[in-house]
Design a protein around this ligand. Structure first.
Ligand code: GAP
Length: 508
């Protein structure tokens, strides 16, 4: 059911100009997508919401836009050259490459599904079904649980110890087959670096190898002193930026959830050492509030605290979102200590320190990072907004309940009919409104059809000009979510749409 829903969301995205497969006329390019005419508006609005919340609603956060191409030593210092790897395995028959950890995760998810199916089957059979009693006594369920536990423990240990041989052995013991060839003819597991590399200049040589940035954060770290000095920033302060990042993901599936070219919105908050846990809690709370302000129900979000921390972090968590394929990471919040700045000091030979007047000493600030994928955020908003509704008159509609400040069009203005001066009157309202918000003007088809089309792209308000408008300057405002209609005078309707479309309504 959820799978079906996800498929419908993907085809809806294409049909209504939100997302197209990249280079589609050449049969597409794996895990690369293009945003269409409505998608780009939603994406820009989401970016703007983040940008305003960071750089306008926090007086101590400055925004920058660093280059995608950075000096190659940046990635040596950050650890990406040596440790930004995925464990990969090839099937010798199909020649297909997989992420070993994902093959095992999918195998474990398969066992979990089987357990759920057993439970569902029995639930249907027995009226007085007691789930706990059933789970603790049913032989088949117990066997499956034991199997899951055994493989899960081995997998966890192998991942923690970075034991590639054991990952392969788990694949062999679990009898995992290649989905293409159906064979178990596997190679060894090898580490594969996720960075895309290219060459600088026209003459190629080893020394000119540079990388497309795999995260935007390093552009912030290398500019820490530039911003601090030119902006006379005092710790604690933050630097925010949005921009493209590139990763040669092997398991590039689930639509725009995992892409090879994607956009991040990252903020590094520089704090006095010793105060980082306070700020970590502040940003956890602040970021969740930011997500919730969009109005998606709170049960779509949860925190996942990392138990296994990267060597440089002293706390880390994800905000996970309930996508149609389950809870998955949407945003990461990390307390990264002074690792990045210290590494750049070491590799560049330049001091990256802050002189704290109150303490009368210099130090390398500690950093709290918030990092959210714009495309994942887009998918979260799109999938939570997508509704297939059955209406009273047996009709059906697909509606996107995108919050007004984020919607591609804030309003559509329609003349009821294409005569008697109604189109001219409607066009006047449209031209007045479009100075402030993005809106549409449509005069083709019945009003009902025009409503449906705008429901499908998430336009929150439709304004219809009819014969009464010609007499008393009132219009009908139709609300997308409730389908209610309200009579307002033109000024009231215009002001209403402008007010409802403003991000400020979420400012706390
Ligand atoms: N600077 C920290 C950093 O890059 P990350 O967890 O690797 O951390 C942060 O990435 C966010 O970027 C993720 O929470 C996710 O939203 C997004 N992201 C990461 N890889 C992605 C991909 N291949 N496609 C789409 N979004 C991705």
């Amino acid at each position: 059911m959820q799978e079906e829903l996800f498929k419908n969301i993907i085809s809806h995205s294409k049909e209504y100009g939100f997302i197209f497969p990249g280079s589609e006329i050449y049969d597409g390019l794996g895990a690369v997508y293009d945003y269409g005419q409505n998608g780009v508006e939603l994406k820009n609005n989401l970016r703007q919401y983040w940008w305003v919340a960071m750089t306008r609603w926090h007086e101590n956060i400055a925004g920058i836009d660093a280059a995608i191409l950075m000096h190659p030593t940046t990635w040596k210092a950050s650890g990406h050259v040596d440790a930004f790897n995925d464990p990969l395995i090839d099937n010798k028959d199909s020649k297909k490459r997989y992420r070993a950890d994902v093959l095992i995760e999918e195998f474990l998810a398969g066992i979990e599904n089987k357990i759920e199916k057993e439970i569902e089957k029995s639930q249907k059979k027995f009226e007085n079904f007691n789930r706990e009693l059933f789970v603790s006594t049913n032989k088949r369920v117990l066997e499956l649980r034991e199997k899951h536990h055994a493989f899960h423990s081995r997998f966890k240990k192998a991942m923690e110890e970075n034991n590639l041989a054991e990952l392969r052995q788990i694949i062999v013991d679990a009898e995992i087959v290649c989905p293409i060839s159906g064979s178990r003819n596997w190679t060894e597991v090898r580490q594969f670096n996720l960075m895309f590399s290219t060459r600088l200049g026209s003459v190629s040589s080893e020394a000119d190898e540079i990388y497309l940035r795999p995260e935007t954060a390093q552009g912030i770290f290398v500019n820490f002193l530039n911003v601090q000095k030119s902006g006379r920033m005092k710790v604690p302060f933050g630097i925010a930026q949005t921009g493209k990042a590139f990763r040669n993901e092997i398991v590039a599936r689930q639509f725009i959830f995992r892409m090879r070219e994607f956009e991040q919105m990252e903020m590094q908050f520089f704090v006095r050492p010793g105060t980082e846990m306070e700020w970590y809690e502040y940003w956890k709370d602040n970021r969740l509030k930011w997500h919730l302000a969009m109005g998606i129900p709170a049960d779509h979000y949860r925190f996942h605290d990392h138990t296994k921390l990267a060597h440089y972090a002293n706390a880390a968590c994800d905000i996970e979102f309930r996508f149609p394929f389950g809870f998955k990471e949407l945003e990461g919040i990390h307390s990264r200590t002074d690792f990045d700045l210290s590494q750049h000091e070491k590799y560049s030979g330049k001091k990256l320190q802050y002189f704290d007047v109150e303490l009368n000493k210099s130090y390398v600030p500690y950093v709290i990072e918030t990092s959210v994928g714009l495309d994942r955020l887009f998918l979260a908003v799109l999938s939570a907004s997508y509704k297939e509704e059955k209406l009273e008159n047996n009709e059906e509609r697909v509606v996107l309940n995108i919050p007004a400040p984020l919607a591609p069009f804030k309003a559509a203005v329609f003349p009821l009919v294409k005569k008697d001066g109604l189109p001219e009157k409607a066009e006047k309202i449209f031209k007045r409104l479009r100075k402030y918000v993005r809106c549409d003007f449509e005069e083709k088809d019945t009003v009902g059809r025009r409503y449906r089309r705008h429901d499908a792209i998430g336009t929150p308000f439709c304004i219809t000009v009819d014969y009464d408008t010609m007499k008393d300057d009132t219009v009908t405002v139709r609300f997308r979510d409730t389908m209610e209609q309200k009579r307002m005078n033109i000024d009231e309707a215009v002001n209403f749409v402008i007010r409802e479309s403003d991000l400020v309504i979420w400012y706390d």
